[in-house]
Design a protein around this ligand. Structure first.
Ligand SMILES: [Zn+2]
Length: 228
């Protein structure tokens, strides 16, 4: 059952001024994230080609992950197998419909992390929107996660919000992408797409490989994007 509260919250986020400043191309992997592409995700949500739903998502390892974008039928079947009966392709899953909520008049610090994850998942959806069933794209999972982390962190550094001090684990992909986002923030301020050279994304790549278990021969794993 699509959740309208989550859909409108995500759309507001996609239309926010800070997200308009997220425009970059990763030399490592070649993925491009721009605010124009986020508007395509926004449009797909309006057209109900992508929906939001509430579900507890469990990864293969049994470790609970908080949110997910389901890009294709294979992934939907896998998630159904983990107990989410409603999973269909082109769906964002969040743990509850207060996810990312910012109470009026306050800046509840914990929500910066939830909003960060919403931008992260929306970035995965960009690559699905850019693909089609006739021309599916298989993108490296490492590149997909690197782009999603950097997009979310670039969004964050442009919001001016403050982060809950203990929420970031040093050395993980969120922290590494945050460091990189601060570094390239000024370059990314215009609407021009900033090229982020490979030399600047080494630490982020290592952290993603570690956090998503994409090392030790798993570097070639791809995520299938088949359009919305
Ligand atoms: Zn991700």
């Amino acid at each position: 059952m699509p959740n309208e509260i989550l859909t409108s919250r995500l759309q507001n986020l996609l239309r926010s001024p800070a997200l308009r400043k997220v425009n970059f191309e990763l030399q490592d992997g070649g993925l491009v994230v721009t605010h124009v592409r986020f508007t395509l995700v926004d449009s797909a949500l309006s057209a109900r080609k992508i929906t939001c739903d509430v579900a507890k998502v469990t990864a293969d390892s049994g470790k609970q992950i908080v949110a997910q974008y389901i890009a294709n039928q294979g992934l939907a079947d896998q998630i159904k197998g983990d107990g989410v009966q409603s999973a269909v392709p082109n769906m964002f899953l969040f743990p509850n419909d207060r996810y990312g909520e910012a109470p009026a008049g306050t800046l509840q610090l914990a929500n910066t992390n939830e909003l960060w994850i919403m931008v992260h998942e929306a970035t995965h959806a960009i690559f699905d929107v850019m693909a089609s069933s006739k021309k599916p794209a298989n993108i490296l999972a490492i590149s997909n996660e690197m782009a999603a982390c950097l997009a979310a962190s670039l969004w964050y550094v442009h919001t001016g919000m403050s982060w809950q001090a203990d929420a970031i684990i040093r050395g993980d992909a969120q922290a590494e992408s945050m460091d990189l986002a601060w570094k390239i923030r000024d370059r990314a301020q215009t609407n021009r797409t900033t090229l982020v050279p490979r030399s600047e994304t080494q630490a982020l790549r290592m952290a993603v490989m570690d956090n998503w278990n994409l090392g030790g021969g798993r570097e070639t794993i791809t995520d299938r994007m088949d359009g919305v």
